[in-house]
Design a protein around this ligand. Structure first.
Ligand code: F6P
Length: 325
């Protein structure tokens, strides 16, 4: 996120001589008019830092009914901030929720440009979001490290990767880490098929397996998807099974070089879009070319893994199971 803030800000200041404000904690900062002025000094030295110097929140201003039942007037407050500060454009950086709000704000008449950021890689309209590459790297390294225990102790190792609705992260890290079974929210699995695959490997003198599960796969009420898998596989196969839930580790730390470049490209391009007055859009990458997509096309949609994706077909032919065979 910092690389994108820097990309927007430095291009705005250095190339276009614009003034830049940074709102603290996402949409909360716009609601409460809580901001700082971003000069070159604030934008220096942040490229390599994970997270965001501005902080973030899960604020959804258009959820208009507050907990006590009263209208919270948050969209009106945002419009007030926009007008009081004489803003020319708000750049909204985030995933699907952020883009949905960005679209609604643009419908209210504000000049908005979205930049797609999420480790889930599931924003509609673009081929890739930043955050994804860094998270794939961390998750892959975690899977790599599980092979030692799997092989030495001859166990089934379950690892749960983030992704409630979209399985991109589990798919990519699962394939890169040599997972034997990969379970995604988009591909309904059969627990008997999962166990059969593990037993088959056992019979083939491979008495260890790595099972990569996305956190969002359907499962009966257990602590987590990994916990359900570990308990059920051990009970059904009799093979010792252990679980790991990677959690927030996969969402933090210094971003990968590819993510820094991607966020910089997106940020600089977003500022170019401001200068050209190309509002109500999200910057996107298609076939490695920067482009824009109307926010109305993006809001409320998800880019999910298609079960017949070429990569999945190839993996199946190499013996990877997706729990449905
Ligand atoms: O949307 C990105 C994401 O990282 C999901 O993969 C994950 O399930 C979720 O955020 C966790 O959200 P929170 O930070 O609100 O717990």
């Amino acid at each position: 996120m910092n690389a994108a803030i820097r990309g927007v800000g430095k291009t705005a200041i250095v190339e276009y001589g614009m003034e830049v404000l940074g709102f603290n904690a996402g949409y909360s900062g716009l609601i409460n008019s809580d901001y700082i002025e971003l000069k070159e000094a604030q934008l220096s030295g942040i490229l390599t830092l994970g997270g965001t110097i501005l902080g973030t929140s899960r604020e959804k201003p258009f959820k208009i009914v507050a907990e006590d039942g009263s209208d919270n007037h948050k969209p009106e407050k945002i419009i007030e901030t926009y007008k009081n500060l004489n803003l020319d454009c708000v750049v909204c950086i985030g995933g699907n929720g952020t883009m949905k709000t960005a679209h609604l704000l643009s419908q209210e008449g504000l000049n908005i440009i979205g930049i797609p950021k999420t480790i889930d890689n599931d924003v509609w309209g673009t081929d890739v979001t930043f955050g994804f590459d860094s998270a794939v790297q961390i998750a892959t390294e975690a899977i790599d490290r599980l092979h030692s225990t799997a092989n030495s102790h001859q166990r089934v190792m379950i690892i749960e990767i983030m992704g409630h609705t979209a399985g991109w992260l589990a798919l990519y890290s699962g394939l890169a880490g040599g997972g034997d079974i990969i379970l995604l929210p988009e591909i309904p699995y059969n627990i008997r098929s999962v166990c059969r695959n593990i037993e088959k490997r056992y019979e083939e003198k491979k008495p260890y397996s790595i099972v990569v599960v996305a956190e969002g796969i359907e499962h009966p009420k257990y602590q987590s998807a990994a916990n359900y898998m570990a308990n059920t596989i051990e009970a059904m196969t009799g093979i010792e099974t252990r679980e790991t839930v990677l959690g927030y580790v996969q969402r933090g730390g210094s971003p990968s070089p590819m993510d820094r470049i991607l966020a910089t490209r997106y940020g600089a391009f977003a500022t170019q879009c401001i200068a050209e007055g190309c509002f109500g859009t999200m910057v996107a990458i298609r076939k490695n070319e920067l482009t824009t997509v109307p926010l109305e096309e993006v809001g409320g949609k998800l880019r999910l893994v298609e079960p017949d994706l070429g990569l999945i077909q190839k993996a199946r032919k190499m013996g990877v199971s997706f729990g449905d065979d």
